[in-house]
Design a protein around this ligand. Structure first.
Ligand code: AMP
Length: 196
C-alpha cells in the first residue's frame, strides 16, 4: 500500500447550495487531495457537497475515510464507496474519530453542522486539546460576514487576536490546503504563506 502523505479532515454542507461554484469547489478539494497522495476524512455521506467531495477524492485516487452516525446512514446516504466507512453510535464518536484520523481540518461552505464542527476543532485548538491546523475556505466571500462578526467579538473583548490567529482563512483552495498540510508538518509541496 502506498503511504499517504497527509490526512485532511474536511467539513462541508450536506446540501449543495444554490450556486454551482460550491460543487466546483468541493470537486477541486477532493481532486487535490487525491492528486497529492492524501487521505480525506469526512462525514461519510453522499448528500450535497459531502458526496461531491468524496467522489472527486476517490476518482483522484485518495483514500477516503467516512465516519457517520448510525442514525444518519439513510438521511445522509452513507457512502459505501469509501475506502473505510465507520458507522458509529453517536455524533460525538463521529467527531472524535474524524479528529483522530486528521493531520489538519478544513471547513468549506456549509450549514450549521459544518459550522459546529469548525467551531469545535477551533475551540479544541485554543484549549490545547490538539495542535492541528484549522482552515476556513472563504469561497467568494461566503464567510465574510462570519469573519466580520468574529472581529467584532474581538472588538467587544470576548475574543482576542491570538484566537483569531489560530485559524487560517483563504479563498484559494489549493493554496490554503498546501498551507494547512505544511503547517501540520506532513509532506506537501512548498507554498508561499504570504499568498494566503
Ligand atoms: P450541514 O452543514 O448542516 O449541512 O451539515 C454538515 C454535516 O455536519 C452533516 O454531516 C451533519 O450530519 C453534520 N452535523 C450536523 N449537526 C452536527 C453536530 N451537532 N455536530 C457535528 N456534526 C453535525
Amino acid at each position: 500500500m502506498t503511504p499517504i502523505s497527509f490526512s485532511l479532515c474536511v467539513y462541508c454542507g450536506s446540501r449543495s447550495g444554490n450556486n454551482p461554484e460550491f460543487a466546483d469547489l468541493a470537486r477541486q478539494v477532493g481532486r487535490w487531495i487525491g492528486e497529492h497522495g492524501g487521505q480525506l476524512v469526512y462525514g461519510g455521506g453522499r448528500s450535497g457537497l459531502m458526496g461531491i467531495l468524496a467522489d472527486a477524492a476517490l476518482d483522484a485516487g485518495a483514500r477516503v475515510i467516512g465516519v457517520i452516525p448510525k442514525a444518519l446512514v439513510e438521511k445522509e446516504y452513507a457512502h459505501t464507496g469509501c475506502t473505510e466507512l465507520h458507522i458509529v453510535e453517536t455524533m460525538h464518536e463521529r467527531k472524535r474519530i474524524m479528529a483522530e484520523h486528521a493531520d489538519a481540518f478544513l471547513a468549506l461552505p456549509g450549514g450549521i453542522g459544518t459550522l459546529e464542527e469548525f467551531f469545535e476543532v477551533w475551540t479544541w485548538r485554543q484549549l490545547g486539546y490538539h495542535d492541528k491546523p484549522v482552515g476556513l475556505l472563504n469561497l467568494n466571500g461566503f464567510y465574510d460576514s462570519l469573519l466580520v462578526f468574529l472581529q467584532s467579538a474581538v472588538g467587544s473583548g470576548f475574543m482576542n487576536d491570538w484566537q483569531m490567529g489560530l485559524i487560517r482563512t483563504g479563498s484559494d483552495a489549493p493554496l490554503l490546503m498546501q498551507a494547512l498540510v505544511q503547517a501540520a508538518g506532513t509532506t506537501a509541496p512548498d507554498v508561499q504563506l504570504d499568498q494566503i
